[in-house]
Design a binder for this molecule. Structure first.
Ligand code: KG4
Ligand code: ZN
Length: 387
């Protein structure tokens, strides 16, 4: 089955085409096309994602990326596809995209695609709508099924895959699967008891861990997004081997349950910084390391407890923050030492941050369960939850 997938929930505009095969627990996904444009440069000066600009950039970039992904997949055939009668209404709120899409339909035949999958939440609602509306228009124009995908399920399931020469395989996955999803917008521990059936064990009560990385980076006068910058400084500090005299709190680390809180940790960095007269490179390195250590400790100890209590057989990490090398290392060491029977899955670097491949993967599992949406009524839902 060929799925065209669309992701516009935050600051990446992405379209992918996957050839999907198999069933759970053994399925494989060949990446035929994968077009992505990041808006990091647009949002850099705001130090975070600016919703109105995100929406506009998605609306400008989506049709060119659609064309690129289909071209890479060698699925574009010159010709034309009649515009559905509902098109003007479906794309009413995105006039630029309406024009581009009408032009697209006038140049190409319906490609050999079986379904369109789109992220419909959670995320920035104005941004989500752009993807949802194009997906609805495509489903109408091509007469194919429409699949609504939860962005978090995308991170969760894509994280389970192992990539080899453009093919992602989800093989011999044993349930229950515990997922730690850590990104700029989310920090949550979810348990997939059986395929497509989730239970949310806990989540952040305030800032997401990626948001804390970004805010601390701003305090340290580092560019956005801050995660990779903090990580680089922290690595350098560890490599230097100097004893670290900055200690930061581990909020909620020993409380009951699986909720997180990162806003206090961020404030603690602010106060710790006041102890130093100037922010030298040395101070930044110390602080980055102390922050990364504290955040990692909290993430690992909650995850560790959840593994113990649930008896999960697989642990998956997902979301932008799972690109963090220190977090990956601590989790790998912790699993090897304490849970050798648990299979740890950490996505390949390119799959950690937002992309459309993960939406196609999650979309396929929805299609296997015949969970399709009506293109006339699918709505974006910024607060969509997994459980
Ligand atoms: O999943 P993602 O691309 O977008 C959201 O859905 O939020 O995650 C982006 C977040 C940003 O906060 C970024 O700073 C963080 O992931 N991030 C990292 C690293 N790379 C990206 N955080 C820590 N260490 C990294 N190496
Ligand atoms: Zn994400």
């Amino acid at each position: 089955m060929k799925i065209l997938s669309i992701e516009t929930s935050c600051d990446e505009t992405a379209v992918a085409v996957l050839e999907c095969e198999g069933t759970e627990p053994n399925a494989s996904f060949r990446i035929l096309g994968n077009a992505l444009r990041s808006q990091i440069d647009i949002h850099k000066e705001y130090g975070g994602v600016y919703p109105a600009l995100a929406k506009r950039a998605h609306a400008e970039n989506l049709v060119p990326l659609l064309e690129k992904a289909l071209e890479d997949a060698k699925l574009l055939v010159a010709g034309s596809t009649p515009a559905p009668v509902t098109l003007a209404e479906t794309l009413e709120r995105e006039p630029v995209m309406h024009t581009a899409f009408t032009h697209f339909l006038s140049r190409y035949e319906k490609p050999a695609v079986d379904a369109v999958a789109v992220t419909y939440g959670p995320g920035l609602e104005p941004a989500l709508w752009v993807g949802v509306n194009l997906a609805r228009a495509l489903a109408h124009a091509w007469g194919v099924k429409l699949i609504g995908v939860n962005h978090m399920e995308g991170h969760f399931l894509a994280g389970l895959g192992i990539e080899n020469e453009g093919v992602i395989e989800l093989k011999e996955i044993q349930t229950p699967v515990l997922g730690l999803l850590i990104s700029g917008g989310h920090t949550e521990l979810d348990l997939m008891n059986d395929w497509r059936s989730y239970e949310c064990l806990g989540k952040t009560r305030d800032d997401a861990v990626g948001e804390a990385f970004d805010k601390v980076a701003r305090m340290l006068e580092l560019p956005y997004p801050g995660g990779p910058e903090i990580s680089k400084l922290a690595e350098a500090e560890r490599a230097a081997g100097t004893p670290n005299d900055v200690t930061l709190p581990r909020p909620m680390m020993n409380t009951e349950g699986y909720d997180f809180s990162f806003s206090g940790l961020k404030t603690a960095v602010l106060y710790a910084l006041k102890e130093f007269e100037t922010q030298t490179e040395e101070v930044k390195m110390k602080m980055a390391r102390a922050f990364e250590d504290a955040a990692t400790d909290v993430l690992w100890s909650k995850t560790r407890k959840a593994l113990e209590v649930t008896g999960a057989k697989t642990l998956v990490l997902g979301g932008g923050v799972s690109a963090n090398r220190h977090i990956r290392k601590i989790f790998a060491e912790g699993i090897a030492a304490e849970f050798p029977e648990v299979s740890l899955r950490i996505p390949a670097h390119a799959l950690t941050t937002d992309n459309a491949v993960m939406i196609g993967i999650a979309g396929y599992y929805r299609a296997l369960a015949k969970d399709f949406k009506d293109p006339a009524t699918l709505r974006a839902n910024g607060n969509l939850s997994l459980a």
